[in-house]
Design a protein around this ligand. Structure first.
Ligand code: COA
Length: 255
């Protein structure tokens, strides 16, 4: 079974991150498929809205940390890192993007939501962006977008202290439109996606363009990516990935 599922319901393309045994952690190959899905959706007139979700009870545990370890070991050149391509596609995606978040949303699982036009959370959703705990820095434009959305000190606490927020808090901070019971999550998100798919596509795309400066976003994303890539190769990050693999807390005392 593919780790990124794609299915079309009318004019809605549903993209499901489907690696439940690893909490839907996203590998480089999976990012490549996500890039293909966004490019296809952008080009295909029959697709008017994209709905992103996760299989099972998790949205995604974020980047696959073993992939990060491979990059840290020099295994992948910048242009081979599909995650960076995915972020660019997200920033410039012109059709409406909706997220249905069934549970944990770590790292890109939360920063992706900042690029979605509507966000529906299950009551069981928990959002976190523990980049500093991994010796990394915010990505996906989140160094700018998260503080714009929720304020600097809340954003800093999420990035630097790894604070997790529950669905109700996320709703009250403006990170979501709705919190719903888990059993109606997909139905609610699909209803919203179909409502958007029935709107005039030109007006939707133009409204989205007015509300999001994608060129400015791409500049922030590129700046973050330079620092992120350097951090991935740092001894601090090596310690973080080794600790995760060894199921122990990282020890940053020596740095
Ligand atoms: N990358 C790679 N593998 C991951 C992963 C990730 N980001 N997140 C979870 N997994 C794997 C675990 O290694 C484990 O694999 P195993 O069964 O082969 O040992 C499996 O998914 C289940 O995870 P587990 O930790 O046992 O589940 P949990 O419910 O106790 O905890 C999380 C879930 C998501 C809280 C925890 O796995 C976690 O903190 N993951 C890392 C999240 C992260 O830092 N992401 C990067 C953000 S940039």
């Amino acid at each position: 079974m593919s780790e990124i599922l794609q299915s079309q319901t009318g004019a809605v393309l549903t993209v499901t991150i489907n690696r439940p045994e690893k909490k839907n952690a996203i590998t480089n190959a999976m990012y490549g498929t996500l890039v293909d899905a966004l490019e296809r959706a952008q080009a295909d007139k029959a697709i008017r809205c994209v709905l992103v979700t996760g299989a099972g009870d998790t949205f995604t545990a974020g980047n696959d940390l073993m992939d990060f370890a491979a990059v840290a070991a020099g295994g992948l050149a910048r242009e081979q890192i599909q995650g960076f391509r995915f972020l660019d596609r997200l920033a410039e995606f012109e059709k409406p993007l909706i997220a249905a978040v069934p549970g944990l949303a770590v790292g890109i699982g939360t920063t992706l939501l900042l690029h979605c036009d509507l966000v529906v959370l299950s009551e069981t959703a928990v959002l976190s962006v523990p980049f500093v705990d991994l010796a990394l820095v915010p990505e996906a434009g989140s160094s700018l977008l998260l503080q714009q959305r929720i304020g600097y000190v809340r954003a800093f606490a999420m990035f630097a202290l790894g604070e997790r927020i529950d669905a109700k808090t996320a709703l009250s901070w403006g990170l979501a439109n709705k919190v719903v019971p888990p059993d109606v999550l997909q139905g609610e998100a699909m209803a919203a996606a179909q409502a958007l798919a029935s709107k005039p596509p030109g007006a939707l795309a133009a409204s989205k363009r007015l509300m999001r400066d994608s060129e400015a976003l791409k500049t922030v994303i590129a700046m973050e990516a330079d620092i992120f890539e350097a951090r991935l190769k740092s001894p601090e990050a090596r310690e973080a990935f080794t600790a995760f693999a060894q199921r122990r807390p990282p020890d940053y005392g020596k740095f």
